[in-house]
Design a protein around this ligand. Structure first.
Ligand code: PLP
Length: 446
């Protein structure tokens, strides 16, 4: 068995060899069955081996799988762009799609479009992006420069752009030691302070994950946060980029997570659930406001990859979105998410190592603490997150590791985000396996 292509084994001893998937389940070479409780890396949002998608893959492959984006456009790419444009907050604005292959490329493209926007308007100084400390926007250097995920940054810090960062809106571990709503959203106001410190003339955009994923174990901001962020951006002439790579396309009970707050971003990055893992596909959507000076100026976005707008991937992403709409999965994500959340909360009361459970729709984070009253995290040396993930896997449940969003890094959290078409019985099984895992870990720790 040659696993030399693995760059970083997360599981210490080995990776099981996946043989096939069916719905929310994955089967390995030894015949072991896993409930995909995290959709991989919050990606396989409609489960595995959906016949309608397989059919589209086959039909598109028979027609054409690749053309170069500077030589041809294709019907799948055109239809996908049209579909995304319809989905973003109705049809009141026009969003332009730039198709790429990964979430990292989508956020890098967002960064470039934001800088280019200001250049086309004659402003060459506005080229910094403010981000939040507990955030992850991707692994490539531009995306990593905007990310606060310590573990993924530390080896490359000297090469990363030094961009301004602010705190995350983390009510469980408020960076300002305040309580909502008497805090008056100090976390949002910090954006204003950062803009004043850096000078609005130097800032192109603010980027945020609507709900922080891997770098915070699912941090949902308090009501009013994004409305205030949007206002601050408007007041200081700064673009707002929403990184919906993890939250987008139905995951949180809305097609786009920003709909929860009714706030329209200028640029949106998509990935993961957009093609639900059936093919690499991601996108950067830029609003009409952003595209206007670009189209009137150089008339092209200075970015792109060989595989950008690949027709095979575009056909699959379109089929995934149609499948989600046809089966009412955005609504189901909300309903199943509420059901799952309630069951997990019932588990949590029995286990003091569970400090917090939070989320929206089927994107749920569980944070583990050594002391439930002080919220003190477990020692880093314990590698508790890895133990949680491994123990769950042994029991046949896949969950996704995260850090807990403690400013400066650290803490233990996992993300539970099964395919959004998971059934009620499968949610029951998920919770049952999760409880068995927590039970064993709590026993080991005592
Ligand atoms: N943005 C967010 C919010 C993510 O969660 C991720 C990946 O986890 C990325 C960007 C990067 O996406 P990719 O791993 O596809 O490059």
């Amino acid at each position: 068995m040659n696993q030399s292509y693995l760059i970083k084994p997360v599981m210490r001893d080995f990776y099981p060899t996946a043989m096939y998937g069916q719905g929310v389940f994955i089967y390995d070479k030894r015949g072991k069955k896993y409930l995909d409780g995290s959709s991989g890396a919050v990606t396989s949002s409609i489960g595995h081996a959906v016949p309608e998608i397989i059919e589209v893959i086959y039909e598109q492959a028979k027609k054409i799988s690749f053309v170069y984006r500077s030589q041809f456009t294709t019907e799948p790419a055109e239809k996908l762009a049209e579909k995304l444009n319809q989905l973003v907050f109705g049809e009141e604005d026009e969003y332009f799609s730039f198709f790429v292959n990964s979430g990292s490329e989508a956020t890098e493209t967002a960064l470039k479009i934001a800088i280019q926007y200001w250049q086309e308007k004659g402003n060459f100084r506005k080229n910094k992006v403010i981000s939040r400390w507990s955030s992850y926007h991707g692994i490539t250097m531009g995306a990593l420069s905007m990310s606060g995920h310590i573990g993924r940054r530390e080896r490359f810090v000297s090469l990363l752009e030094r961009l301004p960062t602010i705190s995350s809106p983390n009510c469980y571990r408020c960076p300002f030691n305040q309580k909502y709503p008497s805090c008056q959203l100090m976390c949002a106001n910090e954006l204003e302070t950062a803009i004043r410190r850096e000078g609005a003339d130097n800032i192109a955009a603010f980027i945020a994950e609507p709900i922080v994923g891997a770098a915070g174990g699912v941090i949902v901001p308090p009501e009013g946060y994004y409305q205030m962020v949007r206002e601050i951006c408007n007041d200081h002439d700064i673009l707002f980029i929403a990184d919906e790579v993890m939250t987008g396309i139905g995951r949180t009970g809305k097609m786009f997570a920003m709909e929860h707050w009714g706030v329209k971003p200028d640029i949106i990055a998509l990935g993961k659930g957009m093609s639900a893992g059936y093919t690499p596909m991601a996108a950067t959507l830029a609003s009409g406001k952003v595209m206007k000076p670009i189209l009137a100026g150089s008339a092209s976005v200075m970015s792109g990859h060989t595989y950008s707008a690949n027709p095979q991937s575009a056909a699959v992403a379109l089929a995934v979105i149609n499948y989600i709409e046809k089966n009412d999965l955005v609504q189901k994500s909300e309903v199943s998410g509420n059901y799952l959340m309630n069951l997990l909360k019932e588990v949590a009361v029995k286990y003091p190592i569970i400090g917090d459970i939070r989320g929206k729709g089927l994107m749920i984070g569980v944070e583990f603490v050594s002391n439930i009253l002080t919220k003190h995290p477990f020692q880093k040396e314990l590698s508790l997150t890895s133990k949680l993930v491994e123990t769950a896997r042994d029991k046949g449940l896949l969950i996704y590791p995260a850090t807990a969003g403690i400013e400066g890094g650290g803490g233990d959290a996992v993300i539970i985000a099964p395919p959004i078409n998971i059934t009620k019985q499968e949610v029951d099984l998920l919770v049952n396996l999760f409880e068995k895992m927590v039970d064993e870990i709590q026993e080991d720790l005592s």
